[in-house]
Design a binder for this molecule. Structure first.
Ligand code: C2E
Ligand code: MG
Ligand code: MG
Ligand code: MG
Length: 288
């Protein structure tokens, strides 16, 4: 009996594996066409400064509007895109689209704060990255200061020398650099100092337990102190409750991002939150 069942299990297992592989390939095939079919969308999540409550940044987050499966979050296709190399094409689209959107907002008389873009491993290893960034900026007549790049701590630590080199070049262009998902990658103070990053984003997993979980509270306080001693700004990701917000404010966190303050949303929905372009009063006014 055991043997028979074992055999059945084996068959079940292989057919499930085959099915999963088939789904995987189908999705990869679909993803290959997603850019051309204009199925990709960026949502933007606002980031706020705790000292005065101003919106001080935003993060572009990729979504895939699949024709039959609906809106797919990046967690379900970024790895696939990485494995297949498609991420280079997707990343190129993200960069171009974000720049294009900033240009549209500005033309509508708005002053969007800096927009952060996530980079994954292959994009980061791609020799063409710097040229791509420069091309996207010049096509939309934007200065590099309009953008920030987010690199996860684990990606940084997987090849620190390469990371340092690429980040320095992006920083030299004028882009801001943030270390994403901080706290999950085991880096040391000594290492962090090597990178030209101005911002640390504390991973959501530590924010979740605030304020009651003692470990999360201790880690969050330590990260804030450490970042400040390195003269870096700290952003808390995934802030969902007023209690978390109060804890972060009381402990000197600089900026916050999370569902409590604003979910990722379409460019259209974000527009009313953006500051209007300041009127050029004074020096530019013609004399009367
Ligand atoms: P991330 O860069 O750490 O982005 C933050 C994630 O946390 C986003 O998930 C965001 O929607 C989510 N989030 C924000 N506030 C809250 C909150 O209060 N509660 C909860 N539960 N979640 C919150 P999303 O959009 O699903 O993106 C997941 C990851 O996919 C990102 O993590 C990033 O690593 C990656 N990703 C997204 N867009 C891109 C992209 O354009 N390129 C690359 N390479 N990776 C991307
Ligand atoms: Mg990010
Ligand atoms: Mg993150
Ligand atoms: Mg993440």
């Amino acid at each position: 009996l055991a043997k028979a069942r074992g055999k059945n299990n084996f068959q079940f297992f292989t057919s499930e594996l085959a099915e999963r592989a088939a789904r995987h390939f189908a999705l990869e095939g679909d993803l290959r066409q997603a850019v051309a079919r204009q199925e990709l969308v960026l949502h933007y999540q606002p980031r706020f400064r705790l000292s005065d409550g101003a919106m001080c940044g935003m993060e572009a987050l990729l979504r895939w509007q699949h024709p039959t499966r609906g809106l797919i979050p990046p967690g379900e296709f970024i790895d696939l895109a990485e494995e297949s190399g498609l991420i280079v094409q997707l990343g190129h689209w993200v960069m171009g689209e974000a720049c294009h959107q900033i240009r549209l907002w500005r033309e509508a008389g708005l002053e969007p704060p800096r927009c952060a873009i996530n980079l994954s491993a292959r994009q980061f290893g791609n020799e063409g990255l710097i040229n791509e960034v420069q091309a996207a900026l010049s096509e939309t007549v934007l200065e590099a200061q309009a953008l920030e790049v987010e690199i996860t701590e684990s990606l940084l630590m997987s090849d620190p020398d390469r990371a340092q080199q690429v980040l320095l070049r992006l920083h030299t262009l004028g882009m801001a650099i943030a270390i994403d998902d901080f706290g999950t990658g085991y880096s040391s103070l000594a290492y962090l100092k090597r990178f030209p990053a101005q911002t640390l984003k504390i991973d959501r997993s530590f924010i979740q337990g605030l304020p009651d979980d003692r470990d999360d509270a201790a880690i969050t306080q330590a990260v804030i102190a450490m970042a400040h001693s390195l003269e870096m700004r700290v952003v808390a990701e995934g802030v969902e409750t007023p209690e978390q917000l109060a804890f972060l404010k009381a402990h000197g966190c600089d900026e916050v991002q999370g569902y409590l303050l604003g979910r990722p949303m379409t460019a259209e929905k974000l527009a009313p939150l953006l500051p209007r372009e300041a009127l050029a009063l004074g020096t530019d006014l013609p004399a009367v």
